[in-house]
Ligand binder design. Structure first.
Ligand SMILES: [Zn+2]
Length: 506
């Protein structure tokens, strides 16, 4: 390493928090990702690394741009869930701060962040982390962050950053590229002085189902318009639909513009102009779901019907759902539908029992025996046969986790008569056909696939069914996009589309 190599601190805190999901604990971070110092340093060079692809993209691009020295601080990430145990978050931030002080002097800091975290006592932990980092390094050091487009943005967050880079794809397939982009901005800021980040918030909370970035969607067109404003003094335009289910005062569509030093008024004008376009298009973010009975009718359609996907969007583990609600499953069982496969249903006790019984065993399957959610995931039993067993390890084949090693824990494929259910132990959404294929499923034999996922499955199951054969089903659940049904307590009101008459002017 040359004596003039840039020293860049690397850290992260990554979780999306649903106000109503069970508390996210230190153990959940430990099981997913929580690395510091030498352990994190080793992952920065590992292939494939355990860190998220944004960090890998940042490292790869920095390597190309010249001599530099990554200084690993600490990085923690967990599956979407409820608010984080506050004591864990306090320890985490104190640790990052202490490691940062010990690492000084640094030329810059990179943060891998989701941006929609809550703790049990703090509704803006991301802002707290960013501000604490800024306070340690001072105003002259560049701090760049990559964030999920579902981030709920506060001014505390943007005031602390020198560049704000949100994903532009949903499903999120561009983390690596956004990490690369962050590295390019970092080099540009080091040459020209720390950037400025301007924020405009709107009283608009698009349901997650309306935030798909695909040809013809409002969100895709807005992101395209935003990208046309990038160039010259404007380094980045991020359009963040946010995560309504956090139910906090940070909720609301955020337009975030990063510009070169000294260009704050230009950044503010661009942000306001784009926010006006978003607001004028707000009706396009209203989400229309398929009623449960209509979805079941579609599944019982006669032979020859084209493959169908029923998305159980109200039970998306990728937004804090338990992956174990039963409304859609029970309705399909009652309907006599044939050729149905549901994946993936989280129930560790049921998976263990199936493993103990063995393949071909017939038994009374007791679903949700350990569930504490009587409202959406009550216990029920149904006669079943064990079709296949697996250890739950799979390598992603298509879409968001393609090429990476993943783990569902002990898994079993059960036949309930017309409906097969892929039961897993480690809560996660269905993202990849490999999750079903490790259980011996041939998707050619499936007529209706029920996915416990909101939208990320689309990047992988496009080979199974085209978009017009995907129905987003209106079921009860913790992650329902039917926002008017939720018990909001902290959401700023009025806000569209919960309050249809919400107003905003530039
Ligand atoms: Zn997201």
């Amino acid at each position: 390493m040359s004596a003039t190599a840039l020293r860049v601190g690397i850290c992260g805190f990554f979780i999306e928090c649903n106000r109503w999901s069970p508390v996210s604990t230190a153990a959940m971070f430990a099981a997913a990702l929580d690395l510091a110092g030498a352990d994190l340093q080793a992952q920065l060079a590992a292939q494939p690394p355990r860190t998220l692809p944004d960090t890998a993209g940042f490292v790869a691009q920095m390597d190309q741009l010249g001599p530099w020295e990554p200084v690993a601080l600490r990085m923690a990430a967990a599956q979407p869930g409820g608010p984080v145990e506050h004591a864990y978050f306090v320890d985490l931030v104190n640790d990052i701060e202490a490691r940062l002080r010990a690492a000084l002097p640094l030329d810059a800091v990179f943060i891998s962040s989701h941006g929609a975290a809550l703790t049990t006592q703090n509704d803006d932990p991301d802002g707290e982390l960013f501000a604490r980092i800024r306070a340690v390094v001072g105003p002259a050091v560049a701090i760049v962050a990559v964030l999920d487009l579902h981030t709920n943005v506060s001014r505390r967050m943007t005031d602390a950053l020198s560049a704000f880079v949100a994903y532009r794809c949903n499903p999120h397939t561009d983390l690596f590229e956004r990490g690369q982009e962050a590295a390019l901005h970092l080099h540009s800021l080091l040459a020209q002085g720390p950037g400025v980040v301007e924020l405009v918030k709107l009283p608009l909370v698009p349901p997650a189902t309306s935030q798909l970035v695909a040809p013809g969607t409002a969100y895709a067109e807005l992101i395209e318009i935003g990208q046309r404003r990038v160039g010259g003094a404007i380094l980045n335009v991020s359009l963040c639909g946010g995560f309504a289910l956090a139910d906090c005062d940070k909720c609301g569509f955020a337009v975030v513009v990063t510009a070169r030093a000294g260009e704050r008024s230009l950044a503010a004008a661009r942000a306001l102009e784009l926010a006006t376009v978003v607001w004028n298009w707000r009706e396009r973010f209203v989400s229309i779901l398929t009623p449960l009975d209509r979805a079941v009718q579609a599944a019982v359609a006669g032979p020859g019907a084209r493959p169908l996907i029923l998305a159980d969007v109200a039970d998306n583990p990728g937004a804090g759902g338990g992956g174990n609600t039963v409304a859609l499953l029970q309705a399909l069982l009652r309907s006599g539908a044939q050729g149905v496969l549901l994946g993936v249903f989280t129930d560790a006790a049921l998976a263990r029992e199936a493993h103990a019984l063995g393949v071909d065993a017939n038994f009374e399957a007791r679903f949700n025996r350990d569930s504490r959610d009587d409202r959406f995931a009550p216990a029920f039993t149904h006669g079943a046969r064990v079709l296949a067993l697996a250890d739950g390890l799979f390598v992603g084949r298509r879409g968001m986790v393609k090429g990476s090693q993943q783990d569902m824990g002990l898994s079993a494929l059960l036949d309930l008569g017309g409906v097969r259910v892929a039961v897993i132990s480690k809560r996660q959404q269905l993202l990849d056909p490999a999750q079903l294929e490790v259980l011996g499923v041939d998707l050619q034999t499936v007529r209706t696939l029920v996915v416990k996922s909101r939208g990320h499955f689309r990047a992988a199951f496009d080979e199974f069914a085209p978009p017009e054969r995907i129905l987003e089903v209106d079921c009860p659940g913790l992650t329902t996009p039917n926002l008017k049904t939720l018990p909001w307590t902290r959401m700023p009101r009025p806000i569209f589309p919960i309050d249809e008459h919400a107003t905003w002017s530039p």
